[in-house]
Design a protein around this ligand. Structure first.
Ligand SMILES: Cc1cc2nc3c(=O)[nH]c(=O)nc-3n(C[C@H](O)[C@H](O)[C@H](O)COP(=O)(O)OP(=O)(O)OC[C@H]3O[C@@H](n4cnc5c(N)ncnc54)[C@H](O)[C@@H]3O)c2cc1C
Length: 512
């Protein structure tokens, strides 16, 4: 084995980059950050798809992962494969969950994650250029956040806000104000076109430190485990060379799909699945790959009257409506988003309105097809199998349709093409769409959930320490007990801030 490091971090994504940056503030900790994708240390030499926050990067830095949203078809499930991880390819919506989301985690036996605690980390991670002076915001963190002012909104987004007002929703200038709801500009971690990913915000200033080594193009195949302790990782370079690297502690931050896949390949997971795949069982841990939580979404598609407002080079998203379903006790459990363009360049000029379920009761599952580290896991989201999810998504979809019939947004619409206006769009028909063709908001989490050791489904404790394996911490979207009522990037960065700070300030808790 190669010279030991104090900590090996697997995955330079939203959480892993933050942990690398925070832990190496202590010059006595030697850290190796491993990333399967490439690394671009210099923004001027970074490929355009990573710089350009106006649209997602789906191909050039992607894992080629697929998933089944419902029992039907399999579709692409983008995940960033590059330093910065999915934060380097995403839409840059910078939304926090509801305070109740984190209090719910605390109520499940994870008291450290109560809102009052995580708010400190949310404030520390951001430089909010609009509301940084407020006590519930930060003005000096690595991630710059701003909102498009009215004058910079595309016509369809200006119209969306106007129609929202006509429909009776209140204006909301700061969707991250903890008690807020209504429609307004999205908080976004972008400056002009530049995406402020975790590679830009966290790794760029940290990478000059002599105690941080970033090793890109290095695939972690599995963990090296001896006598119940994780002592390192088995890695493969792009040229196919396989070696083992050791450290006093391994932090798994490969994301909600790849972190459980690595654990399963290492023999930590549901015993029956491991035996079926011929993987030696190190620890029968039933929760690995279970509890998959996400945001199901369904869109209305519209042809517009004026083709000049559809520009595939413009920002994909600028505005949001956050609100609560009728009769629901989960505040802001729904989102409606104006999507600036859809379809293909050169096709009919179209935009979309997305209805998104933000508080999901149902759960999905992830498992391995085989033990080959080059084969992606099988992902079944099982959206809309819980009737509480169907009912609220149907309501949200009807509310999204109302925008096409109301005020300034209706004036832009030539024709709604989905749902087909020639067919009935009653509750039953919409529920059928939800059960068959709703799709992910690209926010998988929960597949290695945290919880006390008397919870049979919990894989790690609230500090990220693996219940059944010494020397291993998990810190990424997979440890969330459930998806928060917000796009997940800021929450993943917050997880990196929380666990990164604990590693730095309480190393003995982690055996360091
Ligand atoms: C297209 C898209 C758009 C999105 N838009 C938004 C948005 O606008 N706002 C928002 O809040 N959220 C958004 N999200 C979700 C958000 O970006 C993710 O929830 C978040 O980035 C996940 O962070 P993570 O640290 O858990 O994992 P990731 O950021 O995905 O990091 C995991 C890292 O581990 C690496 N890795 C994985 N396996 C291995 C291995 N075996 N060996 C070595 N390295 C490995 C990966 O390459 C990656 O760099 C979007 C996601 C996508 C894909």
């Amino acid at each position: 084995m190669e010279t030991p490091f104090d900590i090996i971090i697997v995955g330079a994504g939203s959480a892993g980059s933050v942990i690398a940056a925070r832990v190496t503030e202590d010059p006595n900790k030697q850290v190796l950050l491993l990333e399967a994708g490439p690394d671009y240390p210099d923004i001027s030499e970074t490929p355009f798809d990573l710089v350009n926050s106006h649209n997602n990067s789906y191909q050039d830095h992607d894992w080629g992962q697929a998933y089944r949203p419902t029992r039907g078809r399999e579709v692409a499930f983008p995940r960033g494969r590059v330093t910065g991880g999915s934060s380097a390819v995403n839409t840059t919506i910078a939304l926090r969950g509801m305070p109740e989301d984190y209090d719910e985690w605390a109520d499940l036996g994870n008291s450290e994650w109560a809102w009052d605690n995580v708010l400190i980390a949310f404030n520390r991670l951001e430089r909010d250029l609009d509301f940084g002076h407020e006590p519930y915001h930060g003005d000096a963190g690595p991630i710059s956040i701003r909102r498009y002012p009215m004058a910079e909104l595309l016509p369809q987004h200006q119209a969306f806000l106007s129609s929202a007002r006509d429909l009776g929703y209140p204006d909301c200038n700061d969707a991250n104000e903890p008690s807020s709801w209504g429609s307004g500009p999205h908080p976004m971690n972008k400056l002009g076109r530049l995406r402020i990913s975790c590679a830009v915000g966290y790794l760029a200033p940290a990478r000059i430190r002599p105690n941080l080594e970033i090793r890109a193009n290095t695939l972690v195949r599995r963990l090296v485990i001896r006598q119940g302790r994780c002592i390192g990782v088995e890695v493969e370079t792009v040229s196919g060379e396989v070696t083992e690297l050791s450290a006093r502690l391994v932090v798994l931050s490969a994301g909600a799909l790849m972190s459980p896949a690595i654990l399963l390949r290492s023999g930590v997971g549901p015993k029956a699945q491991l035996e079926q795949l011929g993987i030696d069982v190190v620890s029968d841990t039933p929760g690995v790959g279970q509890n998959l939580s996400d945001h199901p979404a369904l869109s209305v598609a519209c042809i517009v009257k004026d083709a000049s407002i559809i520009d595939f080079d413009a920002p994909l998203i600028q505005t949001i409506l956050r609100y609560t379903a009728d009769g629901s006790d989960k505040r802001n459990d729904l989102q409606i988003e104006q999507i600036s363009f859809t379809g293909k360049p050169g096709g009919r000029p179209m935009f979309a309105i997305a209805a998104v379920l933000e508080y999901q009761y149902g759960r999905g599952e992830l498992r391995l097809e085989n033990a080959d580290p080059h084969v992606n896991p099988v992902v079944d989201n099982r959206f809309c199998e819980d009737e509480r999810d169907v009912t609220r998504l149907v309501g949200c979809y009807k509310d999204a349709l109302a925008f096409t019939r109301t005020g300034a947004l209706a004036d832009l619409v030539e024709q709604v093409t989905f749902p087909d206006p020639a067919r009935p769009a009653d509750d039953e028909a919409i529920a059928g769409f939800c059960r068959r063709i709703c799709a992910s908001g690209y926010h998988p989490c929960g597949t290695l959930k945290m919880g006390p050791d008397d919870d049979p489904q919990a894989v790690v404790d609230q500090f990220g320490c693996c219940h059944n394996l010494d020397g291993l911490v998990v810190a990424d979207a997979s440890i969330m007990p459930g998806v928060p009522r917000a796009n997940t990037n800021l929450t993943c960065i917050m997880i990196g801030e929380m666990i990164g700070e604990w590693l730095r300030t309480s190393p003995t808790r982690y055996g360091l």
